[in-house]
Design a protein around this ligand. Structure first.
Ligand code: KG4
Ligand code: ZN
Length: 335
């Protein structure tokens, strides 16, 4: 069963063809980073327009690389939320047009479910229950899944998302946008224990997160160094900030898995490309006797293949969306 996956929720246009929810026949991404860089963030109107321009050529190329025609598809999966509504609508309109023209089954997918199902592309479908840590530019969330497609949100960020914090700190030390990957690289040259940044809510006894205090502590540190006439050691700052984020995320994720009796941890979202997070959770989960799965870095950030994988898992259970589906900027994971 070949499913086309379309992702346009933010600043990457992603189109992929995936067979049986596992085999990636093609997976193309057109990034808009260059367009948004000079604004230091994603501009919604610019994003929507860029999706319109990118989508048709990308669709053609994705089909060609997959060696199939539109008529060979068995389903079309599209991100319906959460995300920027104007950006989402571009993908939704395209998916509906394909479904209407060809009669192929349509399925709307929650973007966050896509991040979870990115794992299924490479690791197959693990048997639930699992605890999922979803960390991206827009979300930071711990979720318990007693079965597939059923999400119990255990906790989330009360302020900034993890990726947002990475991007803001990266900008502060002049690393450009989006700064997460650059900060990750720089941190490898620094000492994670150089600056004792706060581990907000590490012992709060719940599964919520808060990152704005850490961001403020970083700003305060930079100001204090400058006021004292010292140069900021950017590598030490990056490593220490990253360690503070990762410490809390790893601790809470393992606590949640133990408390829920879930033997498997799934990670998803752009921040899961972070090398330190991958390293730390792998080591700590092994000590705790838990299995941890994460996608390869390319499949952590937004892409169409993860949407096709999630859509396939719903289509094979007989689910379909009708042609009336719309985009929902604040779509929640359903329990
Ligand atoms: O999942 P994603 O591609 O888009 C959203 O759904 O938001 O996540 C993008 C976020 C950005 O904030 C980016 O800086 C962050 O993921 N990111 C990273 C790394 N690679 C991407 N953050 C830390 N370390 C990385 N290696
Ligand atoms: Zn995402």
């Amino acid at each position: 069963m070949k499913v086309l996956g379309i992702e346009t929720s933010c600043d990457e246009t992603g189109v992929a063809v995936v067979e049986d929810g596992r085999t990636v026949l093609s997976n193309l991404i057109s990034s808009q980073i260059d367009l948004h860089e000079r604004y230091g963030g994603v501009v919604p109107e610019v994003a929507a327009r860029a999706h319109v321009q990118a989508l048709n050529p990308l669709l053609e190329e994705a089909l060609e690389r997959a060696g199939c025609r539109i008529a060979d598809l068995d389903g079309v999966a599209v991100t319906v939320g959460p995300g920027l509504v104007g950006a989402l609508l571009v993908g939704v309109a395209a998916a509906k047009a394909i479904a209407l023209a060809t009669g192929v089954d349509l399925i709307g997918v929650n973007h966050l479910e896509g991040h979870v199902y990115a794992n299924f592309l490479e690791h197959g479908a693990p048997v639930p229950p699992y605890v999922c840590l979803i960390v991206s530019g827009g979300h930071t969330m711990l979720v318990h899944m007693a079965e597939e497609h059923r999400y119990e949100v255990l906790g989330q960020t009360l302020d900034d998302a993890a990726g947002e914090a990475f991007d803001k700190v990266a900008r502060l030390i002049g690393l450009g946008f989006p700064g997460g990957p650059a900060l990750d690289r720089l941190a490898r040259e620094g000492d994670p224990n150089a600056i004792p940044f706060p581990r907000a809510m590490a012992d709060s006894g719940d599964y919520d997160f808060s990152l704005s205090g850490l961001k403020t502590a970083v700003i305060r540190h930079v100001k204090a160094e400058r006021a004292a006439g010292r140069e900021v050691d950017a590598a030490n700052l990056a490593a220490s900030f990253q360690e503070a984020v990762v410490d809390v995320q790893v601790k809470k994720t393992l606590d949640a898995a133990r408390e829920r009796g879930a033997p498997i941890i799934l990670l998803g979202g752009g921040v899961v490309a972070n090398t330190r997070l991958r390293e730390r959770i792998e080591a700590d989960a092994a000590l705790a006797g838990l299995r941890v799965l994460f996608p390869s870095p390319d499949l952590c950030t937004d892409n169409g293949a993860m949407i096709a994988a999630a859509g396939w898992s719903r289509l094979v259970r007989g689910e379909r969306s009708d042609l009336e589906i719309g985009a929902d900027a604040n779509l929640r994971l359903a329990s």
